[in-house]
Design a protein. Sequence first.
Length: 135
Amino acid sequence: MDDVEKLNAFMARAPFHQWLGCHVTAHDATTGTLRITLPARPELRHSPDRETVHGGVITALVDLAAHAALNAVTGIGMPTIDLRTDFLRPAVAPLEAVATPRRVGRSLGVVDIEVFGSDGKLAALGRVVYRTAKD
């Protein structure tokens, strides 16, 4: 089983992740950068008459992508300490999140995330901090 298959299996353990339908599409073991996609589904929209994805769903994607990127390095699950999402423009699914670990320490991990809409334009930026200590 390669890295991408392992990460998808890890994500599939959580019912919420299964419901979202996200999948890791690529992982660069050298840089730690991970790519994950969120499919287009009507129930993820902001409203019934707009195709844009709800901000809460985008934030969930930010957290999920960041966690998967750190899990690829540490091999452990970890709690979120801080999460920030800056919305730059409305986004239509499918979405792609690109997560890059910035620090993987003994007690904290920090990951930056870019979220792109179906048009390929940058729609959101995220930063997530996790507790990586193995108590």
